[in-house]
Write a protein that binds this ligand. Sequence first.
Ligand code: PMP
Ligand code: GLN
Length: 386
Amino acid sequence: MGVTRGNPILADLPMTVFDEMSGLAREHRAINLGQGFPDGPGPRPVLEKAAQAILTGNNQYPPMRGLPELRQAVARHYNARQGLDLTAEEITVTSGATEALAATILSLVQAGDEVVLVQPLYDAYAPMIRLAGGVPRFVTLKAPHWRIERADLEAAFTPRTRVLVMNNPVNPTGRVLDEAEVALLAEFCVRFDAVAICDEVWEQVVFDGARHRPLIGLPGMRERAVKIGSAGKMFGLTGWKVGWMCAAPALTAVLARAHQFLTFTTAPNLQTACAFGLDNPGDWFEAMPAGYARSRDRLTGLLQQEGFHVLPSAGTYFLSVDLAASGINLPDREFCLRAVREAGVAAIPVSAFFEEQAETSIVRLCFAKSDEVLDEGARRLSKMRG
Ligand code: PMP
Ligand code: GLN
């Protein structure tokens, strides 16, 4: 029946793989190396500030665009760490990066507009674009390098392109785009007069001295980019769902129109705590990625000892295993379903990050876990080698 089936754009979609795999992990009491969340508590002073703000602060609607102190803290953070020149007026606080993506897509994409997307891609992008009436055009990258090349963009951009959605550092591949790739994206946006939606939620989770290059900082991009960030990733508090979108005033005014009817605001006490964390980071932004780099190396070493072929990871909470190169002839999804049931480890099939021409031999593992969990996870995964 049409009424219960709902909008076919949504009704025909699978449920998100992250929730599916976490559900299976709970059901099978498995170690969850699937959905990306750390098992550490996060920075204590930020948690204390949130608790204090709930008890003694404002618990009523904050301003629609966010608390001034958080908007100022976000601008200061980016200006100091990424060499940008953002003002507080250019920041809109959202309920996670997910809401920022929705607000940006709904307000910038109109029926028939072409939107360029780079696969593998985060699962929220394409459905939201289709809901807005946009037409996705996919650039499909190849493992193991996952590099964006000029020829890919030449084939995807057309005179009908209005928007590019890009993600850097990249979930699920763990890549940090290099200077040439970021410059290429900027060149095409300027040439085709397109707006760039820049999902940069992993910007603080980069390893080995790699540098995050914000697309909005490139020549020609300041007025045509929306930079999206997430306190969930910055502070390892993924359940908080505090995010933000940064854009020049004219774009910000458009984005706010969508934000006001999506969520209107975000929990004020969590905003207070995030502002405090950005203004008083101590060594968090150095210690946090250094800790995850050690966890990445630990899990990589353990998996390699078991004969798994691990692809490099320069950022995010994720590394991936190439099944075929590890001598495992199972499609990624089947591997993950068997791993959670038979070995007691949840992972994410990378094919879930494709809309077409899916790569089906790679699985993603989250290493943002304690040593004991990683050790046990790797030990259990070795069962999958038969
Ligand atoms: N974009 C990417 C690339 C992500 O990996 C995630 C979550 N891991 C999000 C957006 C969503 O962020 P949030 O939880 O702040 O909504
Ligand atoms: N972004 C997280 C991941 O990639 C999960 C987000 C979600 O569960 N929707 O694992």
